[in-house]
Design a protein around this ligand. Structure first.
Ligand code: 5GP
Length: 222
């Protein structure tokens, strides 16, 4: 069925350190008119440079639990000790207005979204290798060694779920990755999904297996 003219709901997930945040900012600055990016609520503390209402809505655990109880979130998940969730009203309004909506969320949330909105396209972003991922995480200097270890362990767990995604984006070159995401979503929107064949998860099984093996070694502290 062609979805021409309708907005697409796209979920972007990926390993911590894969560069999703930077990719999303660049996608919005280059193709801002085409996308509505949902801002999530979280109980984690802001990193230096992050702004409330732009990067996240930074809320207390009590407020987050009120949002859950009030059905204000379309999905939420716990990730490495903090809550993260997607506010319902913005997503519903933007989809109703026919815009492409992007959620940058982790995999448990992605699965919940796909159950509620079966047409959702799921994109997974990875660094070209696990070593590179570890270097990027350590290089950004915003997490303790302990949290980096937890995030790498979580990345190994997440790697088992990558095959449930539709597309794999290897974030080696930022500009190329941004343009690939835009092309994939535009093709989906115009009913030309066949042109995205090279980016399908099923076409990248070798890379996924290699990532999983490397992350397994790291998660054991090797
Ligand atoms: P970070 O702390 O690095 O900003 O985000 C940690 C993880 O939470 C990332 O994988 C990010 O995609 C995910 N995340 C951010 N917002 C949401 C959300 O609203 N829901 C879910 N399920 N995950 C989220």
């Amino acid at each position: 069925m062609s979805t021409e003219g309708k907005g697409i709901l796209a979920v972007i997930s990926g390993f911590s350190g894969a560069g999703k945040g930077t990719l999303m900012k660049r996608l919005l600055s280059e193709y801002g008119n085409d996308y509505a990016l949902s801002v999530s609520a979280t109980t984690r503390a802001p990193r230096p440079g992050e702004e409330d209402g732009r990067d996240y809505f930074f809320v207390s655990k009590e407020r987050f639990e009120q949002m859950i109880a009030g059905n204000e979130l379309i999905e939420y998940a716990c990730y490495v000790g903090n809550y993260y969730g997607t506010p319902r009203s913005y997503v519903e309004e933007q989809l109703a207005a026919g815009r492409n909506v992007i959620l940058e969320i982790e995999i448990q949330g992605a699965q919940k979204i796909r159950r509620q909105f079966p047409d959702t396209r799921l994109l997974f972003v990875t660094a070209p290798g696990a070593e590179e991922l570890r270097n990027r995480l350590a290089g950004r200097g915003t997490e303790s060694a302990e949290v980096i270890g937890q995030r790498l362990k979580r990345a190994y767990e997440e790697s088992a779920e990558m095959k449930q995604y539709d597309y794999l984006i290897v974030n080696d070159d930022l500009e190329q990755a941004v343009s690939l995401i835009h092309t994939i979503i535009t093709n989906e929107q115009n009913g030309n999904a066949k042109e995205n064949a090279a980016s399908l998860v099923s076409a990248n099984a070798g890379l996924i297996d290699r990532m999983q093996n490397e992350l397994f070694s790291f998660s054991k502290g090797e």
